[in-house]
Design a protein around this ligand. Structure first.
Ligand SMILES: Cc1ncc(COP(=O)(O)O)c(C=O)c1O
Length: 415
């Protein structure tokens, strides 16, 4: 005789599927950590209960593309960091930093609108403005963000939005935020600030006249290179609702697991930012003393072209990004990158680990050589996202790699 349960003998009950019949284990206490909720859909008791949700008479969820608890938990924390008050509404979390920018453009602009933007924005933001938005009837003009007069010249009657990054990538120039905010206000244009590099730890755009703040949460806020996310918030509930609606309708939804990882990452954000910034300041000074280095760019150094403005704006929190130019070109850059084998050459920033980037072959490869030269980006230009490692070890690693680059120069000269 078989010892397997006899399905026939037990009748219909034994054949019943357990799919979707598992209930949560009841608990009188609550979990210490936000639970991950990957559910795509939520059950409602009946049609009236669903009405209550859609009409805002009850709080709850229906379908994950529209909203889910992990995005809301993360969003509430970034709202708090950036100073979003209940009167402003709630910021929205998107599936990437580009998703957040897209939600802003789609939610707040219409055909015929014009944008004035910094000419050194993140490469894909420039592409979106130059090549994608024009297909939807939105045009853009680019200007030097370190000079508010250049922005004033770019303004048109139909300018609806001004977009800037406080600290530019990769030359780390500091925007004239005061001048640009005054211009936006005088013209009645919305001021949008991509605060990814600076973070709310160094600069809170809403305290300085911004109407919209954007983040690639992927970077310093999440901090571990394992979650791809964005966030956007505005100063009015209507604008926040319009951006949220764009996330829902255009499918810019974040993954619950990524939101959970980023929420966990945020717990150590302050500590990571302080440590990485202190490391960056030390590394910048050390690089300036190395023979193979032609120039160091760090807003906290007195030789930075915007050091006074950086001092006023960032209150001594100059961030974790350092750029420098090696003496020489591609040969020296390659020798440096190969020798710095403990420092990943990878196209991201804001990780706990230090990462290196070579803008001429990555973020700025779409620019002509002349445009790159205008920005001061040559083949020897290296951008460093400084992590939280031991500073002495980091400086030693850079010292060895810069020496290897100089060695490559000597070898090339001898041949
Ligand atoms: C300043 C800035 N904004 C936006 C983005 C886009 O973010 P994501 O890669 O999360 O889409 C990046 C990406 O590097 C960035 O550096």
């Amino acid at each position: 005789m078989s010892d397997r349960p006899d399905a026939n003998a037990k009748g219909a009950d034994a054949r019943r599927s357990i799919v979707r019949r598992m209930a949560a284990t009841p608990s009188a206490s609550t979990p210490l950590v936000t639970p991950i909720q990957p559910a795509v859909a939520w059950r409602s008791a009946d049609a009236d209960a669903l009405d209550d949700l859609y009409l805002g008479r009850a709080h709850g969820y229906t379908y994950a593309r529209e909203a889910h608890p992990n995005a809301d938990a993360l969003g509430a924390k970034i709202d708090w960091l950036e100073g979003v008050t209940p009167a402003m509404g709630r910021g929205v979390v998107a599936g990437s930093g580009m998703g957040a920018l897209t939600a802003m453009f789609l939610g707040l602009l219409k055909a015929g609108d014009h944008v004035v933007a910094g000419d050194q924005l993140y490469g894909k933001s420039l592409k979106l403005l130059r090549h994608d938005l024009p297909r939807f009837g939105v045009s853009a003009t680019f200007a030097d963000p370190t000079d508010a007069r250049a922005f004033a010249q770019a303004i048109r009657p139909e300018t609806r939005l001004i977009l800037v990054e406080v600290v530019s990538n990769p030359t780390l120039r500091v925007a004239d935020m005061e001048g640009i905010a005054a211009l936006a206000q005088a013209h009645g244009a919305l001021l949008a600030v991509d605060n990814t590099f600076t973070t709310p730890r160094a600069y809170r755009p809403f305290d300085h006249g911004a109407d919209i703040v954007i983040h690639s949460v992927t970077k310093l806020l999440a901090g571990h290179s394992d979650a791809t996310l964005g966030w956007a918030a505005a100063t009015t509930p209507e604008r926040n609702a319009a951006m949220r609606d764009a996330v829902m309708s255009w499918g810019l939804t974040p993954s619950p697991f990524d939101c959970w990882l980023a929420e966990r990452g945020l717990h150590s954000f302050d500590l990571r930012f302080e440590r990485a910034s202190a490391n960056a300041a030390r590394l910048a000074d050390a690089l300036a003393g190395m023979k193979g280095v032609a120039q160091v760019l760090y807003p906290g150094r007195p030789d930075h072209p915007d050091c006074n403005r950086a001092g006023d704006l960032l209150q001594g929190r100059f961030g974790n990004m350092v750029s420098f130019r090696l003496k020489g070109g591609r040969t020296q850059a390659n020798a440096f990158l190969r020798a710095a084998s403990d420092l990943p050459f990878a196209p991201t920033l804001g990780d706990v680990a230090t990462t290196l980037s070579h803008p001429a072959s990555s973020s700025h490869r779409a620019l002509s050589e002349t445009d790159r030269a205008r920005l001061g980006i040559d083949e020897g230009f290296i951008r460093v996202s400084v992590g939280i490692e031991d500073a002495d070890q980091l400086i030693a690693e850079f010292g060895g790699a810069v020496a290897a680059a100089a060695q490559a120069s000597a070898g090339a000269a001898a041949r």
